[in-house]
Structure formats: C-alpha cells, structure tokens
Design a protein around this ligand. Sequence first.
Ligand SMILES: [Zn+2]
Length: 358
Amino acid sequence: MRFKSLSATVFGLTLLVTGSVVLILAQQQVNPTTVEQVMPTSTQEDETPSYYQGTEISTLEQEDATQTQKQVKTGATAAARIDYSRAEPIPAKKSINQGLTSPSAEYMKQVLGIPGDLTENCSTVQDSRLKKLMVAQDVGPFKITGFKPAVSVLKQIFAQVKQENPQLYSQLGTAGMLCVRKVRGGSNFSNHSWGTAIDIKINQKLDQTGDNKTQGGLKALYPYFHKEKFYWGAEFPTEDSMHFEASKELIARWKLEDVGNPNPPSSSKYWVDTFPNAPGYSSPGKNRTGTLNKGTNYVFCRTKGPKVQVGSNYNNWWLKTDLDSGNPRRNQWVSAYYLKRWGNNEAKDNNGREIPNC
Ligand SMILES: [Zn+2]
C-alpha cells in the first residue's frame, strides 16, 4: 500500500498566502492500521443476516449468461501466471471487515426503499425512484447492472487493481449484482435486491460457499474493497467469500450525501481520489473546519487560492466539497494538492476531466 511509506511521517504543509508566509500547518498522518484498530468492530444485526446463499448463484442475473469475459493485455509472460482461483483458508474473521457492518434488509429498506416483490428468484425492481438509480456500465473487467453509486465505486476499485495487479485483473469475472429476491431460507431481501452487492468469479469459477476457504483472488481483492467500505461476505455465518456488498457505513454516507436523489444536477459532482486525510477550510486557506478522509470523494468545482506546497509538490487549485467530519461539513474547501492521481497545479477528476471553475 502506497500510504504506508507516508503514514509514519510528520510533514509540514506550508500555505503561502498572498505574498508572505503566514501559516504553517503540521499534520500528523495517522497510520491506517492504527485507525482500523481503534474503530469499533462490527455489531451484530438483530435481523436475519441478509446474505445471499451462493448455491443459487447461476440464477442471479439474466445478463450473466451473455457476459463475455474481456481479454486483458497484461504484458506478463505465461510462465509467471498465478492461478487466482485456487482455494486458500479465509483469514480469521476478527481480522476482516474492521470498522464495517453488513447492512440489514430493514436498514436498506429504510434508506433506499422497498425494491420490489419478495420473490424466490430474481424479479425486477418495482420502486420507481430506485429504478432510475440502476445503471448498466462497463466497470473494467466486465459490464454490470447495479445501484449507480456502487457501480461507480466498482469502477474505481477495478481501475486500481488493473494498475497494481494486472494478472489478478485479467482473471476477474462476475456472477452479477442486481437481483430482487429473498435470501434463500430467509424471510427478507438479499442485498443484491438493491444492486449494492456483487458476486465475483475468478477464472470463470465460483468460489465454494460455506467451506471457510476462499479463492486466492478474492483474498487479494479484499483490501481494495475494504478501503472503499465494501463488506466482505467471508465473514457471514455461512462463509460467502465471492460476495462483496456496500457496508452499512457506506450506505449511510450515500444517504447523507443524498446520492439517492434521482434528479441531481448531473454535472455537479466530480469523483476524485485523495490522499492522505485532507484538511478542509471554510474558504481556500482560511479557517480550518474539518477533514476529508482519504479515498474516493466527490468535488463540485475548483478555484485558484493560496498555494499549498510540500517539498517540490504544490497546487494552487482549491476544490469545493463536502467534508467527512467537522463543522460545517457542506461546501467546504480542500487543496487540490491532495489529489492522488495528478501533478503540480492540476485539478482533474478520476476520468482526467478538468474540474470546472466555480
Ligand atoms: Zn452475493
């Protein structure tokens, strides 16, 4: 993880404000491991766990049958190929999903509504608001239909996997995302009913559920999903390690951000990767109001402001966004220095589009 090298360091941020050096901020970067250790462990939900029983996986989504796995040019030689579909023991349950909870069906209904009929097999989304939020998109290794914000996160995850582990990426497939239906043997909706969960295939093979083993590729994917607040089904009472779902914490964030609003001004949000946790301000370089956590975040627009410089890296652009913590959180400002993907004085979103001026 690239953050590790930074994590133990304390660095000074120099804000150059209109001509003279006015403000020096020292920011202690918290080691991510420490953060995970202090976060509360998952609390058990009272409701029946909303996990999906993998045995009926072939019926999950109609488009699966027609899905063709894309060939990816990895540049790796055949001799070095790792078979990521091989089974390994799952990690200790206590060691995974730290800080994340599997959202119960009751919680999902409360936040996103009742998706449709509680059927045994896949049925269509009935809720008109939810229907508008379902998208079919190419997320890299395959095309998938699901809840729009969840699909966006998948796109980010797979782009990172492609960059860091092309071999693993080339072996990724899916058994689907959206499927309105009951949990087998349960009485409530599976989280696939809202299109916020995905089942992953490795080398076109499904992992065996309930055997407390996982394909090596799923284990290798887990840190990418965990970082984006997706909960891993390896921890379910009946181990289901092919399954990753938007955690309760992520659903809560979507609720707060009103991502569920079917009619947002579509051009208003630009998705960016930021690191590390970035300080937020009431206006560029003014009063500190809170923090934007590292990860994939949205911003609204940019404006020029005081230069933020660390070593030879600098940026004059400031980005308007909603912070993760602090007061107030809405419409605050973060320096574009914290954009992970771009160089000095660049302010672009993850797709390489220039973020518009405010
Ligand atoms: Zn699943």
